[in-house]
Design a protein around this ligand. Sequence first.
Ligand code: 6PG
Length: 461
Amino acid sequence: MGDARIGLIGLGTMGAALASNIAEKGFGIAVFNRTTQVTRDFAAAAGELAPKITPTETLEELVAAIAPPRAIILMVPAGDPVDQQIAALRPLLDDDDLIVDCGNANFHDTDRRAAEGAPFLGIGVSGGEEGARHGPSIMGGGAPEHWARVEDIMLAIAARHEGTPCAALMGPGGSGHFVKMVHNGIEYADMQMIAEIYGILRDGAGMEPDAIGEVFAGWDEGALKSYLIEITGKVARARDVETGQPLLSVIVDAAGQKGTGRWTAIESQHLLTPIPAIEAAVVARNVSSRLRERAVGEALFGPAPRAFEIDRDLLEQALIAGKVLCYAQGFVMIAATCEANGWDIDLPTVARIWREGCIIRSAMLDDMAAALAEHPGENLMRTPHFADILKRTHGALRQVVAQAALNGHPAPALSSGLAYFDAMRTARGTANMIQAQRDFFGLHGFVHVDGRTGVHGPWTR
Ligand code: 6PG
């Protein structure tokens, strides 16, 4: 019987980085990859971590190398590969052996796998390769007794915020992967809003990439301080190694996506929870891929005027407002799933474990954690600290969205954020018209302002 503390299947970029991180923190780890050469190469490159790593070439060997009761991490592509891997592995395991899916699984799949009864955890891991290697943000899902079996490893490998590990159990079943999914939805919106501001700097102010990079680097010193703003400054100033051109000028503007942002948008519709800025960001990626159609459109309608001068501080303030609104939408969505699924995900804990390690880490998350803790159940945008920020910045967001619209800059995420803000501060909106229309054509009835329900308009007589 082997004595490795844990096993890991799937030595792709993320799997290899996670395995090295675990070994570096002193835990013995047995590893397996379907292509044996990948395992051999990984072991050969392990250097000083080698004594902690047991490379194995069959699943039987892997299982034998781990001390029971075993825990085995899966780092294989989400979807069918996970089911296939579980089906191949379970017959080799004891009843109390634990499978831990650390991939980007759809939380419904994780719920289903957890419900099968055998010990199972679904853990969302964020931070890309660098995070996996040196400290990701870790969102656990499953039974507390299963989490307890790997908690020391998860806390050891996670990123740290002022000494506190960015890892926690979110709740049962698919809740960890749900939180990771919403993280990615916010990631989409945050990135899209940044890209919209980049577009205004590039095509509105006519700035070169280097200068744009300086602007973002400057913003990274202030309220917007975050990983995404930091890397935006860096990518704007990067050069293409072959041509020496600014890197951004050689990249086709069609955004890829693996689907987690789309899942967030779909799930929000099921939950009836509005996340318009996130949805707009998903739509923007879909629109971006319509390259040919966009070129035909430009030829047909002519290019938008685009050039206009706008104050940089206004852009920064608009981005601050947009950021608060898209994070607020994400947190509300997590609260909505708790109500729908009977989960009890602690929102301040979510904000805390997002403070370091993950892609959406940002200085603001510290204040978000505090605001959500002080005002349980409240939409982040209405907590005093963030309400003050929005009172100060929504005017700038309004001006930026208005100028963008007048000059033909698509700014779907910023505009959707603003529309959400305005709708959420309008006590009497216009859905009375929708209700009247529904009653007119379908006799659906409406609620009268005096409290009566099932009331109809005069057209029923
Ligand atoms: C993370 C990221 C990561 C995600 C990539 C690509 O938290 O580390 O969210 O999990 O897979 O960012 O996502 P898209 O291909 O959908 O942009």
